[in-house]
Design a protein. Structure first.
Length: 401
């Protein structure tokens, strides 16, 4: 044994113990029992894993057999009669016949409302509401046919000339897009919704009827829930104050202005929905004008719906500006240093392909400089409202609640 006062190097290490040992019978009995226990636990483990594997295979087979197949679209007919007439666009018609096949054994498909769009050189020349929501049984085919004419068709004489020009070359290419939202259904179990987009390229001959090369052709199908959702995701409406006027009135009265005289504010609001596929349902819109931190005037526009791709300009509105604020604001206007802040608070929902989105809040703000004449300064004479900062939102909600 080493003692503290000895130098460690001098220690000769003990030789490793030989492995052979003298074991008792009790030790061997213990070893046997131990290996029995490991073998049992191993067997249980293997059994358990096997069951898992079998369950996995069963689930995989079930998934394979139940896996929803996307519907298949084929175009059978497509015609533009009257193509041989120079003035044919006046009563132009486009007729098509497409079939949608649900090839699934057990899975039905719920279609939400379905729309069809016809494109010529990537320009939309017509669109039509094809079907209200419907359910398609497994192993069935649905015929989707329609005739576009009049209001559903937007063919100008120029476009018709382009048709005729192509016709002279022997063929005219069109694209038929069918859009819907689908949901697969197994007995009572509904899957997620997917946005569906079938694209049928079609070529018609000089007689206006589909060429054999296009007939009964399968249409391309986009059924990418996420990607399409992203591309179809509604865009925020743009809200703009297009005319803002705070007439300062006569110079002379300003001298005696005691803060009891209210001012008047005229403005116009333009709301633009750029979404081709979504209507927007607006809540009441609260419009507040500020001079610095002071609230000058408040307006409330009643809830309304803005259609797809529409722009709405509210009728000109006039508001009373609080006398105390007006005094300061008017002085600033006459001094050409006035700046008016506009805050818009509302809420909205989008309705895309028959489906309403979640309700969402909208807080916008913008600032405009006012000239001596009480009108907006700047080239565009408008205030485009942008998303409000958080700080402002807190303030606005505080004011409006
Ligand atoms: C549309 O095409 C399908 C399949 O070819 C056919 O069964 C159906 O009768 C057609 N419908 C019309 C209106 O032409
Ligand atoms: C107001 O007063 C300014 C000078 O202080 C003058 O230039 C301007 O023409 C006046 N405007 C009106 C409408 O009287
Ligand atoms: C002035 O404005 C205030 C609030 O903006 C309003 O309550 C009041 O009735 C107005 N007075 C007149 C005379 O218009
Ligand atoms: C008028 O504008 C000048 C600067 O352009 C500023 O110094 C002055 O304080 C302003 N007066 C008022 C009453 O706003």
């Amino acid at each position: 044994m080493p003692t503290p006062n000895r130098i460690p190097i001098q220690i000769t290490p003990e030789k490793p113990q030989p492995l052979q040992r003298h074991h008792t019978a009790r030790y061997y009995a213990h070893r046997v029992r131990e290996s029995l226990a490991t073998r049992v636990s191993k067997t249980i483990c293997i059994g358990f894993l096997s069951i898992l594997l079998v369950l996995g295979i069963v689930a995989f087979i079930l998934w394979l057999s139940l896996r929803p197949h996307r519907p298949r679209f084929h175009i059978h007919e497509f015609s533009v009669p009257g193509l041989d007439q120079a003035t044919g666009f006046e009563n132009a018609q486009i007729t098509f016949n497409v079939t949608a096949r649900n090839s699934n054994q057990h899975i039905g498909i719920n279609y939400y409302s379905m729309e069809a769009m016809v494109y010529y050189r990537d320009q939309q020349v017509g669109s039509i509401h094809l079907k209200d929501p419907f359910y398609q049984e497994p192993k069935t085919t649905t015929v989707l046919d329609a005739t576009l004419s009049g209001a559903t068709l937007t063919v100008s004489s120029r476009r018709w000339e382009e048709f005729l020009n192509d016709r002279g070359k022997g063929k005219i290419g069109f694209r038929l897009d069918i859009k819907s939202v689908v949901r697969f259904k197994v007995s009572t179990w509904d899957f997620h919704r997917h946005t569906m987009h079938a694209t049928c390229d079609v070529v018609v001959g000089p007689n206006g009827y589909i060429l054999p090369t296009s007939k009964d052709k399968r249409c391309l199908l986009g059924l990418l829930a996420l990607c399409l959702w992203l591309s179809l995701r509604p865009r925020n409406p743009t809200i703009t104050v297009v005319e803002l006027s705070l007439p300062p009135g006569d110079n002379r009265t300003s001298v005696t202005d005691d803060g009891n005289n209210n001012g008047t504010l005229y403005y116009n609001l333009e709301i633009d929905n750029q979404n081709k596929d979504s209507n927007i349902y607006f809540d009441d819109i609260l419009v507040t004008f500020y001079n610095g931190q002071d609230r000058a005037a408040v307006d409330r526009i009643s809830a309304f719906t803005l259609g797809k791709g529409k722009t709405q300009r509210m009728a000109a509105r006039d508001l009373s500006v609080d006398g105390r604020v007006w005094k300061a604001l008017r002085n600033a206007i006459l001094n050409a240093t006035a700046e008016v802040k506009v805050g818009v608070v509302t809420g909205l929902r989008y309705k895309t392909w028959g489906i309403k989105s979640k309700h969402q809040g909208v807080h916008l703000q913008g600032t405009g400089k006012i000239g001596k004449d009480g009108k907006l300064i700047g080239k565009k004479k408008k205030i485009k409202l942008k998303h409000a900062s958080k700080k402002w939102r807190v303030k606005a909600s505080h004011i409006h609640n």
